[in-house]
Design a protein around this ligand. Structure first.
Ligand code: F6R
Length: 608
């Protein structure tokens, strides 16, 4: 949510900032802006719209400077407009800042500042920070920022420049991600490593409470009491090419098609087929410790929450541990019970989702060990968890999560196998699962061959006003995920439902205009799902069945059949979700939607 960037060095900051903003645009894309320090003071260009529009503006009204900041916004306080776009200034215009997060006491602070004579020009919470810094005591910009931040509640990733302190960016972090990119005689500040990767692989991840002072000569990190801190320099492993579209029209399609490789990367080096288990050193869990786990709580949001429900099935079946799956946003405000033997698992692609992070902290405070299943290396959840499994799926840029989901499922299967074998799962079963996990990348590649068939279906159903997705058991979260994909990128209302639950209400919706996608691979509930499909058919519903090769012909109930390769039922969600991703994608394209930047959404939800 909102991308921020800063640059200080010997080059013109503006092209660097604009390129970085393009890389951060998935975090928010309703407005954008840049500000630089130059001989004329602080110069700003901003507008409501995309980074491409900002580039045009800068072309028409150029600005230059070797120290600057930029922002791409996902509106929280105040509509997307030029006025509300960042950077924001103080009363004098001699200071500019960009912010990601929410200042929770903004109304109170603003009222006080207005009484003291400050003139506010925006509806944003962020502007209060600019005026607070304007008034704050201190000989340096960092001293004033530290003093101002002591008066705010809420979250921030912040970058500030000021005429009085030229050639300097002061950055601060609390609750919103921020890092420093360490280049050769130049430094960047950014919400995300993507933004600095074209310039450097060396990054310093800031901790909550850190204040950084960045100049062309170097950087220093302080805590909120202005005490100097040491922070390690990390290496970003991702390649620049992985951030490019290549020959694909959209990142979402690219990421769907990358799944044979991304699932392979999640599994790489972790399967031990002969021992029938997985090697997961990062978990920091000994087999003895696994044997003592009494319950598992999974916390996550959105697609990651759907992965959690699949995880519940596989962990309960393979490891015999009771699992509850919680919406992180709800869990964080409950009082977690202090139950010995609880292991909490936070699942997050970005590793920065505010609710998941707070749920992790609540679980820790209640005495639980916390495991992170995370894609982004060095992200806050990864760093705060006691151990974890990185997905290694590569950067996911499309706002709708696809390859991260299948990698989350692969990681959960590895985790369940590891726990299961430590708790008495027979070697034979462990081996069978490990062997089939090894075949997954090929099975995923074969599933992608369904794309031409799915495209034809998308043509047919692109104008549907509603859609229903049904599944039972482990296929129910796949139905939920299929419905979420469709609604978020095509704006068609879609619901996922447990197939048998449908007759307790939603069946009233079914008529000849209602496409019903039934997730029905070969498993023990298959005959039951066929009965549910009959119920839909009897009411005129149009069924698209996602089933397995080798399952009988479903022509008598389904209007369309999509067949994924046959596999062990516990693995099937990794395959059955793929036609659903493709269906959502092609329907959205057909409807002319902005697939990679769906309206109102942003990737990495760093506000609660
Ligand atoms: C949907 C989607 C979201 C995310 C959710 C959690 O396609 O991407 O529902 O899954 O915002 O994000 P992470 O996994 O980064 O915590």
């Amino acid at each position: 949510m909102c991308g921020i960037v800063g640059y200080v060095g010997s080059r013109d900051a503006v092209p660097v900032l604009l390129d970085a903003l393009s890389g951060l645009e998935y975090r928010g894309y309703d407005s954008a802006g840049v500000a630089v320090l130059n001989g004329r003071g602080v110069e700003t260009r901003k507008l409501a719209g995309r980074v491409a529009a900002l580039r045009d503006l800068v072309r028409r009204a150029p600005l230059h400077g070797s120290c600057g900041i930029g922002h791409t916004r996902w509106a929280t306080h105040g509509a997307p407009s030029e006025r509300n776009a960042h950077p924001h200034a103080d009363c004098t215009g001699a200071l500019a800042l960009v912010h990601n997060g929410i200042i929770e006491n903004a109304d109170l602070v603003r009222a006080r500042l207005e009484r003291a004579g400050h003139r506010f020009v925006t509806e944003t919470d962020t502007e209060t920070l600019a005026h607070l810094i304007e008034d704050a005591p201190g000989a340096t910009l960092e001293a004033r920022v530290i003093a101002a931040l002591a008066r705010v509640e809420g979250t921030y990733g912040l970058a500030v420049i000021a005429e009085a302190d030229p050639g300097k960016i002061v950055a601060a972090r609390r609750g919103s991600p921020l890092l420093i990119g360490v280049g050769q005689g130049e430094y960047l500040v950014a919400s995300d490593a993507n933004a600095v990767l074209p310039h450097t692989r060396s990054v310093v991840y800031l901790d909550d409470g850190d204040i950084a002072v960045v100049t062309q000569q170097g950087y220093r990190v302080f805590d909120s009491d202005a005490r100097l801190q040491q922070r390690a320099v990390d290496d970003v492993a991702w390649d620049l090419e992985t951030l490019a579209l290549g020959h694909y029209p959209h990142f979402m399609l690219k990421e769907i098609c990358e799944q044979p490789q991304s699932v392979q990367s999640t599994l790489r080096g972790r399967l031990l087929p002969a021992q029938g288990t997985a090697r997961l050193d990062g978990l920091n869990l000994s087999p003895a410790r696994c044997a003592r786990v009494q319950r598992l709580v999974i916390v996550a949001c959105g697609t990651s929450w759907h992965a959690g429900i699949v995880g519940r099935h596989v962990i309960e079946e393979l490891a015999g541990i009771p699992v509850s799956v919680e919406y992180a946003s709800e869990y964080r405000y409950r009082k977690p019970l202090r139950l010995p033997g609880t292991l909490t698992v936070a699942i997050s692609q970005s590793g920065e989702t505010a609710d998941t992070l707070e749920a992790l902290r609540a679980a820790k405070a209640a005495g639980s060990t916390v495991i992170g299943i995370v894609n982004v290396v060095g992200s806050t959840i990864a760093r705060e968890a006691d151990g974890g499994i990185y997905l290694h799926a590569g950067p996911e840029i499309g706002v709708a999560s696809t390859k991260a989901f299948t990698s989350q499922l692969a990681a959960l299967l590895l985790f369940a196998l590891f726990l299961g074998r430590a708790r008495g799962l027979p070697l034979r079963e462990g081996r069978r699962l490990a062997e089939q996990l090894g075949e997954l990348p090929d099975l995923v590649a074969r599933t992608l061959e369904l794309e031409p068939e799915v495209r034809v279906l998308a043509e047919r159903y692109a104008d549907a006003p509603n859609a229903l997705y049904l599944g039972r058991g482990i296929n129910f979260p796949v139905a939920l995920e299929g419905a979420l994909k469709l609604k978020e990128i095509s704006y068609i209302h879609a619901e996922g439902y447990p197939a048998a639950e449908m007759k307790h209400g939603p069946i009233a919706l079914i008529d000849e205009n209602m496409p019903v996608v039934c997730v029905a691979p070969k498993d023990e509930v298959y005959p039951k799902v066929i009965s549910n499909m009959q119920e839909v058919k009897a009411r005129g519903g149009r069924i698209i069945a996602v089933t397995s090769e080798g399952n009988g012909d479903l022509r008598h109930v389904a209007e369309h059949q999509l067949r994924v390769p046959a596999c062990l039922p516990l693995l099937s969600p990794i395959l059955t979700v793929i036609p659903l991703q493709l269906l959502a994608y092609h329907i959205a394209v057909r409807r002319g939607c902005d697939v990679d930047r769906p309206r109102n959404l942003a990737k990495s939800v760093t506000v609660e």
